[in-house]
Write a new protein. Structure first.
Length: 351
């Protein structure tokens, strides 16, 4: 069947996919909660699930710790989303990585493409990565995928203030994202060393401005059972979002993060000066923390400095001046006083 589908023109494939995929049964599966990982055990189970799935697919060798982690796994700009069943087992996970001083993982092979997207004056990038579903839940994979995708989209938009998602996936999966999310491909197909040379393609989804409504009306013709309709307009109590304002969401507990770094046997000495300096600064590490991690001799002689585009707003006598901040260093201190408000409703009225 898959072979026959590939013989069709891409426009036919996407249209057929959109007609075949329905969310009518998405509420039938009650045994799941989608939330951010918070505790040490939740993070550990997510990293273990990712490890086991990647080993089974031949995308990595077995690690003695049974976990799959990288530098982004431990930093505040990475939200680890988990699907938990009623027994507390982590049966699905995905990472939402906000654009940050270290860049995004996709830049290891798609640097020019990611930079071109980032250089758009209004773009705020988020990379979606490390999606895994437990084997025993594969029969419910559509439901889990719908739930995880709904969470990651709303969290990226409402908490990370993103308006553009990027993903690096196997080319065979691109039709799924083109059909159901209107993702677009950018760049060539490459061999991705981080997943043992598996083929990869970079895709992006722009949802700035009125893109959401236009996509729902034109691409999906206002279908109530489309995935976009479910994500944008339907409330689902199985999704648990942080009960704080967007700016106050706390993605990392330092004690939990230190335990994870140690348990994963992550090689801190393999990091570049900028990476370890950013880790040091973003987690607010002290001398005792460094001793705990076994790098007591490490000393930050010079704080990190990097080129970064950040949108900024300066208000003088009720007049807004919108600008950009460049060339940030750890010695730069910017203080903003803003009114914090919790998100009360993720679901606007359907147009």
């Amino acid at each position: 069947m898959k072979f026959l589908l590939k013989l069709l023109p891409e426009s036919f494939q996407t249209e057929l996919f959109r007609r075949l995929v329905s969310t009518k049964k998405v509420y039938d599966f009650k045994d799941i909660t989608i939330k951010l990982a918070e505790t040490y055990e939740e993070y550990k189970k997510a990293f273990e699930l990712l490890h086991d799935c990647y080993v089974k697919k031949g995308l990595m060798e077995k690690d003695p710790t049974g976990m799959r982690c990288n530098i982004h796994s431990f930093l505040p700009h990475n939200a680890i989303v988990i699907a938990i069943n009623r027994m507390g087992e982590v049966v699905g996970t995905v990472s939402i990585i906000k654009d940050n001083p270290l860049g995004l993982p996709a830049e290891s092979i798609y640097a020019p493409e990611v930079v071109s997207l980032r250089n758009n004056p209004i773009s705020e990038l988020v990379e979606i990565s490390a999606l895994s579903i437990a084997p025993e839940y594969r029969q419910h994979s559509d439901t889990l995928l719908f739930l995880l995708n709904k969470f990651l989209y709303l969290f990226s938009r409402d908490y990370f203030k993103s308006n553009m998602l990027i993903i690096t996936i196997h080319p065979n999966a691109s039709i799924f994202y083109k059909s159901l999310f209107n993702f677009k491909t950018i760049g060539k197909v490459f061999s991705y060393e981080y997943v043992k040379g598996a083929l990869a393609t970079l895709m992006y989804m722009d949802f700035s401005g009125d893109h959401e409504d236009r996509m729902w009306k034109t691409v999906f013709r206002g279908r109530k059972d489309s995935l976009i309709d479910y994500i944008l307009y339907q409330k689902d109590d199985r999704l648990i979002f942080p009960d704080v304002s967007e700016d106050d969401v706390e993605l990392r507990n330092k004690e939990v993060t230190l335990r994870l770094i140690k348990a994963s046997n992550f090689n801190l000495r393999s990091l570049s000066i900028m990476e370890i300096s950013y880790l040091y600064s973003s987690l607010n590490l002290n001398e005792d923390d460094l001793k705990y991690l076994g790098i007591a001799k490490f000393r930050v002689v010079s704080d990190y400095r990097f080129q970064k585009k950040i949108s900024a707003r300066l208000k003088i006598e009720s007049v807004d001046f919108i600008t950009q901040i460049y060339n940030i260093s750890g010695e730069t201190h910017l203080n903003f006083t803003e009114v914090k408000h919790p998100i009360e409703n993720h679901y606007p009225i359907r147009p």
